[in-house]
Design a protein around this ligand. Sequence first.
Ligand SMILES: [Fe+2]
Length: 270
Amino acid sequence: MSLYVKDICKFLENIAPLQLAEPQDNNGLQIGSFFNPVFGILLTIDVSKDVISYASEKNLNLIISHHPLIYKPLSNIIQDEYKGKLIYSIIKKNLNLISWHTPLDKISDGVSEAFIKALNLEGSDFILKEKNENFGLGRVVYLKKSIKLKDLVEKIKNLINNWVMVVGDLETEIDSFGFCGGSGAFLKDELKKLRINTLITSDVKYHYAKEAHEEGFNFIIIDHGISESFVLPFLKLKIQEFLKTHNINIPIEILKNESPYKIFVYKRED
Ligand SMILES: [Fe+2]
């Protein structure tokens, strides 16, 4: 049996329905044809030059990205501009691109749960529930034993093997925390309602950090792409199961996300 792009769209719709998408979001087939056969799949958080080259070299002609390459409506596609160049290159290399974004954030075993599982912990409630209580954003974790904030930071550092920024007193004891993959700083007040004062997330702006610092709320801040990347192995497994039941044998790979940031701390001699 051959596999077509439309089969993967249908499969993704089954695990993370499009009706969960945020209103401004853009999900589904972005470039290609529903009727193109799929020879191999590349999973990634972002679409980049490297992702496109890798997919083309390895003949993985379907890229599935978490972040949509085409998010806001385009008014032009110009080869001299960054996004235009990527779109051209995908078309010229005969690749297909599907993006599946906020629905993957909101399912029970989605982006946030995947990170928490990787920490060997278990998520409890969503931080922000949808009308249908089986879906929502972020996850609350209640620890069996309280730990110091610095020990949680250490666990995260070891897991992601990358930079971590912290707002808060490292010696504070915590018995619960929230996690939201991607830009989840807005969930601070939801967590406070639950009397939880720690959130692991990405992209925390200065004013949020400053406010948190004043209120004794802790932020553990990590790279956005890395915070979401733990969903890719889950997605790979799900697709593999799907292919197996249909007797289809094609390669599926994950391209690891690199943080674009490098953080240097200078100690000034006064
Ligand atoms: Fe994201």
